[in-house]
Structures are given as structure tokens and as C-alpha cells.
Design a protein around this ligand. Structure first.
Ligand code: MSP
Length: 521
């Protein structure tokens, strides 16, 4: 990566036919954690999320609610989606809506460019279409005429449409994934994409317009047709950073600095759109393809993909109102290997909250602050070193950094929490409360407390991208805000520097970081 290239990460843009559920939040929180981590590495970062507002699904939902599609989208975006991301402490740099002029104009220009290059032609689409997926289906995608994903009957379309020569890019796509295995992860996702690209039926050209409704971006040269919602939506990743703008304009400069995206985070249900159609569109336009498409697994309820349409959707607030926002952000990344499916269970979340967050992390912090108040007049004692802890911290930071940058959130968090366990073990073994009984052992007491404080300081910074609010509270309680400045400015490369927390930092007993859970009603 060129040193001035911005680390650019995207989430899918979400359909606004309904309010967000925890499946959507899973993707966006993962993106937020990864981008916060990269910011703490001192990199320039751009984090994009947004909403997918065109297509039949959104149009039909608006009609059912007796409002125009635009009114429906405005309402959902302002009253549900944006507040949801604010509540979850998501630090996105931009939020794109596909109904914005900046997007629509650039999409039209892009499509015109592909037509001018000869990649768009007129044809007839006849076949099944699932409105839930907004996808032209293959016979193998159906089960007794129903979409396998939504379990609902598909529509049979017969339309004169515009087509994109997708099939022309198959050899280039195969070559890309064979020579750049990191371009599609995890391995199971790359294998699936390669099998699809190499399948006997082959990849056919793609209908990229619809003529039977009008909620979409008009095809610039044939305004009776609107652009197929996925062709429109995928382009958001590039339109949001200035696709097609003159090189010396603001948009052009932004594009040069951010494109190609480093990571597109997606759920495995929308892998093909991102790993086949999207790079082919870019190849046709002679633009660089994204560095990585990472397909994570599904949150399951009752063994099935959790979804609003199956009435299994859980709102993030159902969980955050009980466990708090930071425990929510922590839990899913900690409990489920990123790339695999995982079931949400209230019991498992309660168990981890209590053992890992309240007992291991919260208690370590509160015991430390209570002892510094009691034995050191509330001031961090003079710098001391414990070679064992310091060595383990160096290893932990390296492990966590490598894992998180490789999107192995579970591995990264496990390494951090193992260090937390070791710090607890250190306190238990050293028994500072026993040492404190003997004034002759004061120095020993101060050393133990300083070493513990350093562990807590490091844990706060390591966990900051995952639990920003709680670690900020802890940072202030440690007195580090006053002596070291904002926690978000602490660099990953400096975490393992033992002795960072200055002596005489004044601790204050703050609020309990992870309060005891109330009985669930
Ligand atoms: N609008 C398209 C994406 C266009 S991107 C150019 C779309 N939207 S969606 O709202 O239906 O879903 C978006 C994403 O939400 C999924 O890919 C996935 O990342 C996430 N999830 C939705 N349900 C989920 C689960 N049950 N579990 C995990 N993630 C899920 O598809």
C-alpha cells in the first residue's frame, strides 16, 4: 500500500425497507472496530456506510405504508438507521444514500461510460426474480418455485432490458482470485466464488435495468428504464469517494487517495454480488478492483439466518438496554469466529458479560483504583517493571494487531483477554493487601500496584476500538486523560512501552464499568 493511501473500508449499504436488526449491526460494528484499530495505528482511514434505497422491495414497503418511496426512505434513514449507528457509537466518516444526487449522477456517468466502451447491449430477460433478494435467480437457487433464502414464491419476469457483458470478465476474475487469494476471504468464500466462476453453466450476462416500475435511477439513454438496484447499489463504494470526477477536483483527489477500497465487509449472502459482479464492473471501466471482499457468517436464530421477514429479527436496543452498548459491541466479535455462522443466545451473552467483562476486566480496574486510593493517596506510584508482564504485553500487542488486521476479531480479543487474566493472576499471587500490612514492604507494594496499573492502562487502549465508551471512562479514572491525553490518540505501536503511565497521575473512582445485570424480565 502506498504510504499516503487511505485505509478505506465499507459496509454493505442496508435496505431501508425495515429498521436495523442485530445482523446489520454485526457487520457495521466489525467495520467500526477494524477502522478504529487502524486509526490507532496512526493510519489515515475512511469508513463508509449507508443505505440502499431503490428497487421494488423498498418501493412496495412504501406503498404498503401509504407514503411515497422517497418519504419512506427519509423517515427510515433519519428515524431508524442514523440514530441506530449513533447509539452503537459507530464512527463512520461518511453515510451515503443511493437517492442522493452525488450518487445518482456518478452512477449514470459510469453506466454511460460502459455503454460507450461496448459493454452494454439490449436483450430480453425471461426468468425468475426474487424481490426479497432483489436478484435474478438461477434454477438451482429455487426450491419448488420458491426462493431458498426467503422461502417465498419468485416473480416470473419477461422484459426487454439492458445487459452488461459480465461473462466476458470470467477469465480475468478467475485469474484474480487464483493469484490473489487475499482478495476474497475466508478461504471457504473464495472457493465458493471460484467454483461458481468455473461452473459448467458458466456466468451469464447480467440484466442491469428494469422497465416495469420507476423507483430507481433512470438509464441515461433510455429513461423508460431504471438501473437494476444492485448495479446502482454496488457503485456506492466508489461514488461516495468521487468516482469519475476530474482529477484536480475535490472528488477526484478523494478518489485518488482512497480507491481502491481495502476491505468490503459483507455477509455471505451477498458474496457473489461483491466478488463477481462488482469487480467485473470495475474491470470494464478499467478501474482498480478492491483489495479484499470479506464474507462473514450469519447470526442465526433457531438455526436459521435471523431476519425481519421471518420475524426473527432482534433490534440492537433489545440487547443494549440490558447489557449496554459496549458489551454488545464486544460479545458478537468475541463469541463468533468472523466468517462462521453463530447463534445468539441470551444465556451465553450473560455468562460472558459476567465472567469476562464484569469479573475479569471490570474488577481488575476497580480493585486497582481502590488500592491506589487506599495505599497511595490516589496517585499512581513511581514507575516499576515486571519483566514477565512486560514481555507478555509485547507478545499480546503483536498477536492482537496481527489478528485484528487479518479480521480475526475473536483471535485478537482472546489474546487481549488472556493478558487480562494474567494481570488478575498477578494481583492474586502478589496479594498487595497482605504486603500493605507490613510498612517495611512499601516499595514492593508500590511496584505491584504500578505494574498492575500498567496492565490496566494497556488493556484500556487495546480494548478501546471494541468498547470505546467504557475504556474512555476507565482512562479518565486512571488519571491518564490528564497526563497522556485522549485515549483515541494512543498508538498501537506504543502500547507495549512499559512505563507509559506517568507516576503521580491522579486516579478517581468512577462509575462501575460493567454493573451487575438485573434479572431479565
Ligand atoms: N442492500 C443490500 C446490500 C447492498 S451493498 C452494495 C443488502 N442489504 S440488507 O440490508 O439486506 O443486508 C445487508 C447486510 O446485513 C448483509 O449482507 C449482512 O452483512 C447483514 N446481515 C443481514 N442479516 C444478517 C444476519 N442474520 N446475520 C449476519 N449478518 C446479516 O443486502
Amino acid at each position: 500500500m502506498a504510504s499516503d493511501k487511505t485505509f478505506y473500508l465499507t459496509t454493505p449499504i442496508y435496505y431501508v425497507n425495515d429498521a436495523p436488526h442485530i445482523g446489520h449491526a454485526y457487520t457495521t460494528v466489525a467495520g467500526d472496530v477494524l477502522t478504529r484499530w487502524h486509526r490507532q495505528k496512526g493510519e489515515s482511514v475512511w469508513f463508509l456506510t449507508g443505505t440502499d434505497e431503490h428497487g421494488e422491495k423498498v418501493m412496495n414497503t412504501a406503498a404498503q405504508n401509504n407514503v411515497s418511496p422517497q418519504e419512506w426512505c427519509d423517515k427510515l434513514v433519519e428515524e431508524a438507521w442514523k440514530p441506530n449507528w449513533r447509539d452503537l457509537n459507530i464512527a463512520n466518516d461518511d453515510f451515503i444514500r443511493t437517492t442522493e444526487p452525488r450518487h445518482q449522477e456518478r452512477v449514470q456517468k459510469f453506466l454511460q461510460g460502459l455503454k460507450d466502451k461496448g459493454f452494454i447491449y439490449q436483450g430480453k430477460y425471461e426468468g425468475p426474480y426474487c424481490i426479497g433478494c432483489e436478484e435474478f435467480k438461477l434454477p438451482g437457487d429455487l426450491d419448488e418455485g420458491k426462493c431458498k433464502v426467503h422461502g417465498r414464491p419468485v416473480e416470473m419476469l419477461s422484459e426487454e432490458n439492458w445487459f452488461f457483458k459480465l461473462s466476458a470478465f470470467v477469465p480475468q476474475l478467475i485469474e484474480r482470485y487464483k493469484s490473489h487469494p487475499e482478495a476474497c476471504e475466508p478461504t471457504s468464500a473464495r472457493n465458493e466464488v471460484l467454483a461458481f466462476l468455473e461452473s459448467k453453466e458458466g456466468v451469464s450476462d447480467l440484466s442491469i435495468s428494469r422497465s416495469t416500475f420507476d423507483w430507481g435511477i433512470p438509464v441515461p439513454w433510455d429513461t423508460d428504464q431504471v438501473i437494476y438496484v444492485w448495479f446502482d447499489a454496488l457503485l456506492n463504494y466508489a461514488t461516495a469517494v468521487g468516482l469519475g470526477d476530474a482529477p484536480d477536483s475535490e472528488g477526484g483527489k478523494k478518489f485518488a487517495q482512497t480507491w481502491p477500497a481495502d476491505v468490503h465487509l459483507v455477509g455471505k449472502d451477498i458474496l457473489r454480488f461483491h466478488a463477481v459482479i462488482w469487480p467485473a464492473m470495475l474491470m470494464a471501466a478499467e478501474l482498480p478492483v478492491p483489495g479484499k471482499v470479506f464474507a462473514h457468517g450469519w447470526l442465526l436464530v433457531g438455526g436459521e439466518k435471523m431476519s425481519k421477514s421471518k420475524l426473527t429479527g432482534i433490534a440492537p436496543s433489545d440487547i443494549t438496554s440490558h447489557f449496554g452498548v459496549d458489551a454488545f459491541r464486544y460479545y458478537f466479535l468475541r463469541a463468533i469466529p468472523f466468517g462462521s455462522d453463530g447463534s445468539f443466545s441470551w444465556e451465553d451473552m450473560s455468562a460472558r458479560y459476567t465472567s469476562e467483562l464484569a469479573n475479569d476486566f471490570g474488577n481488575l480496574a476497580s480493585r486497582l483504583i481502590a488500592m491506589i486510593e487506599k495505599y497511595c493517596d490516589g496517585k499512581i506510584p513511581a514507575v516499576a517493571t515486571d519483566a514477565g508482564l512486560s514481555g507478555l504485553l509485547t507478545e499480546t500487542v503483536a498477536k492482537a494487531d496481527a489478528a485484528i488486521c487479518a479480521l480475526d476479531f475473536q483471535g485478537g480479543i482472546t489474546a487481549i483477554m488472556d493478558f487480562c487474566k494474567r494481570a488478575n493472576g498477578y494481583v492474586t499471587e502478589k496479594e498487595p493487601w497482605a504486603i500493605a500490612k507490613d510498612p517495611a514492604r512499601n516499595q514492593e507494594l508500590f511496584d505491584v500496584l504500578y505494574n498492575t496499573a500498567e496492565c490496566v492502562r494497556a488493556l484500556a487502549v487495546l480494548l478501546h476500538p471494541i468498547m470505546p465508551a467504557t475504556t474512555e471512562t476507565l482512562w479518565a479514572a486512571l488519571g491518564a486523560q490528564a497526563t497522556l491525553g485522549s485515549i483515541a490518540l494512543q498508538k498501537v505501536a506504543d502500547i507495549a512501552t512499559w512505563g507509559t503511565l506517568p507516576a503521580d497521575s491522579v486516579v478517581t473512582k468512577g462509575a462501575v464499568l460493567f454493573p451487575r445485570l438485573e434479572e431479565k424480565q
